[in-house]
Design a protein. Structure first.
Ligand code: AGP
Length: 612
């Protein structure tokens, strides 16, 4: 998820483009850049570098750009380490065209090979750069609008782009397919942006581009067409959000926005990893040789916090799909204990940030013992990804809320797909069985959407329980880690003591805690251990414990046990953590809001724990 801003008008473009980027930093901030058509020179000039927008601002103070036409970009890398060469904007071979892009071009590798054969010189590792060279290819004896139209006709994947050319100083062009892009309509000036906050100081009259639409902007005019060139009439809408609200997409907190982003992220992730209906799972950056994966005897998963809980779910997934023993440990223990691992061990290090000190140390220890390390990470180019033998990026976009939500379900999805990939490599599961699982997995985003449609009721149920002084979360089998994760979500943003437990362990201690002052969240989805969960609930009721149950839609028995139930759609037990996570995230969120806590920046916590 990156941030795009474009400007055409009478004013100094640099100031408007830079201020716009500052408002979009929540969309990505590992590198940024700006390009303007220099005043009176009719040539394009670029300033771009890794780091936050502040670094670009400092660079522009030393080396400012003139001109009143320009584009700018703040990046959340998906292809190519965050560095100067990979930062946007990108230029064609002749330096006449500049492009910024948000999205993923799935067929960039073959396009890049073809363009190189045609003589184009590439300067970056990004997928974006193929766009500007395609425009260059079609720009000969043509106009920018036509060249952009032809270029995007070659692209597969998701994109929002902005393009300018020194040959047409009166044009700013945008196009949208799969990533957001809006037009800001001003007086004698017009704007492009990924999101409204970037341009709200200049105009609140917005045209929201739909899929397959191109915007051709001059100072005086906005013309919208579809990808075939057919004119589309659109009337600007006036937005009255304040900036902070707009950065959260109208949600009151980033955490709630990110909870609601999960189905879309999962859908996009599956589409980039499963190229065809029954095609193989594709991991571009997973560089551990298949021969080596065939010979591993054991897997160790190392992580912290929410990532650790994802690893625990991963144990159930990989052991059931691949038949390989999996140990899971928190990084701070793994890094100091005697490690019985060697080159036949695969260590999977899971980290949203890729900068967690304990997990980095664990990965280092693992490699020192001869094991190969596979990183599952959300931040491209982060330290962990550079210190691992293979990487699976979760592509969840920047997670701003300190409490991890979308990164967690993206980590789970990476583990599911890795397990199917590994089962295919090792032949432990027939391809038709794998395809059947993948088919079901493709249906999960829709099921998550169904849960989110019920979030108002989940919010009300949460508020009814926000006065409880402590919570116990109980789960079994693959949802035992879901119970741990649900407890962590609640405690870290509401500060209510909450602990997750294997439900079968209740009688070995926690049952002493049960009384009318404690709320007990029971994960009782359809499963081979469902009846055991019913027994647990009977024991809790007998002691006046207050139960909130997560159960499977259509379960008619559960209401005999408990009034407060959140239903999730029926799916295989294997995939149920991807559904159970959402009501548990919403429960924590609404209770924390009810208690007046700072949901996005809880006390004492950091988004990335880069110290021991
Ligand atoms: C999760 O909600 C917490 N913010 C925290 O436990 C986090 O999961 C942990 O610090 C690990 O971070 P990482 O995934 O960036 O390594």
């Amino acid at each position: 998820m990156c941030g795009i801003v474009g400007y055409i008008g009478p004013k100094d473009a640099q100031r408007l483009l830079l201020n716009g980027l500052k408002r979009l930093e929540y969309r990505g901030y590992d590198s940024s850049g700006i390009c303007t058509l220099l005043a009176n020179k009719y040539s394009l000039s670029i300033r771009k570098l890794p780091g936050k927008v502040k670094a670009l601002e400092n660079l522009l103070k030393k080396k400012p750009l003139s001109g009143s036409l320009g584009i700018s970009h703040t990046r959340w890398a998906t292809h190519g380490t965050p560095n100067q060469a990979n930062a946007h904007p990108h230029m064609d071979c002749r330096g006449e065209i500049a492009v910024v892009h948000n999205g993923i071009i799935e067929n960039y590798a073959q396009l890049k090979n073809r363009l190189i054969k045609e003589g184009h010189k590439f300067r970056s590792q990004t997928d974006t750069e193929v766009i500007v060279h395609l425009i260059e290819k079609f720009y000969k004896n043509s106009f920018l609008e036509e060249a952009v139209r032809k270029a995007i006709g070659e692209l597969k994947g998701a994109f929002a782009i902005a393009a300018i050319s020194s040959r047409e100083p009166d044009k700013l062009i945008g196009a949208r397919l799969g990533s957001p892009l809006i037009v800001g309509v001003g007086e004698g000036e017009n704007f492009l942006a990924s999101d409204a906050p970037a341009i709200m100081d200049s105009t609140r009259d917005i045209i929201f581009l739909n899929e397959n639409e191109i915007a051709v902007l001059t100072k005086e005019e906005v013309r919208i067409t579809d990808f075939s060139g057919k004119r589309i009439n659109k009337t600007p809408v006036r937005i009255n959000w304040d900036v902070a609200q707009a950065q959260k997409g109208g949600f009151p907190h980033f955490m709630l926005k990110e909870i609601n982003e999960q189905p879309g992220i999962l859908e996009k992730f599956l589409n980039t990893r499963l190229k065809r209906e029954n095609g193989p799972v594709v991991f571009e950056e997973q560089c551990i040789p298949e021969e080596q994966l065939k010979n591993i005897k054991g897997i160790e998963i190392v992580a912290c916090g929410t990532a650790y809980h994802a690893g625990l779910v991963g144990k159930y997934i990989i052991e059931s799909i691949c038949g390989i023993p999996v140990c899971v440990d928190v990084s701070s223990e793994f890094r100091y204990r005697k490690l019985l691992i060697d080159k036949q061990t695969l260590v999977i290090a899971i980290s949203q940030s890729g900068e967690t000190a304990d997990t980095l140390a664990g990965a280092k220890e693992a490699r020192a013992h001869g094991a190969s390390v596979l990183a599952i990470c959300n931040v491209l180019g982060s330290t962990l990804t550079r210190e691992s033998d293979g990487v699976i990026y979760t592509h969840a976009g920047p997670e701003i809320g300190v409490a991890s939500t979308k990164a967690y379900t993206a980590q789970l999805t990476s583990l599911y797909l890795f397990a199917f990939y590994l089962a295919g490599v090792r032949g432990t599961l027939a391809q038709d069985k794998i395809n059947k699982y993948l088919q079901e997995l493709r249906g999960i985003p829709q099921m998550q959407e169904e849960i989110l449609k019920n979030q108002a009721a989940i919010g009300a149920l949460s508020r009814r329980h926000s006065h409880f002084g402590s919570f116990l979360y109980l789960g079994r089998n693959i949802n035992y880690p879901s119970a741990l994760e649900g407890a962590l979500k609640l405690k870290e943003i509401s500060y209510i003591p909450a602990e997750g437990y294997a439900a079968g362990e209740m009688k070995h201690g926690p049952i002493a805690l049960i009384d009318e002052y404690r709320a007990v969240v029971c994960i009782a989805c359809e499963s081979k251990v469902y009846e055991k969960m019913i027994s647990n609930m009977q024991e809790i009721r007998a002691r006046n414990g207050k139960i909130i149950a997560i159960a499977t839609s259509g379960d008619t028995k559960i209401k005999d046990q408990v009034r407060e139930v959140v239903f999730v759609p029926r799916c295989s037990e294997l995939f149920s953590p991807l559904l159970v996570a959402l009501p548990l995230q919403l429960l924590a969120y609404h209770i924390a809001v009810k208690r007046g806590c700072d949901v996005d920046q809880p006390r004492n916590l950091a988004k990335s724990v880069t110290v021991e």
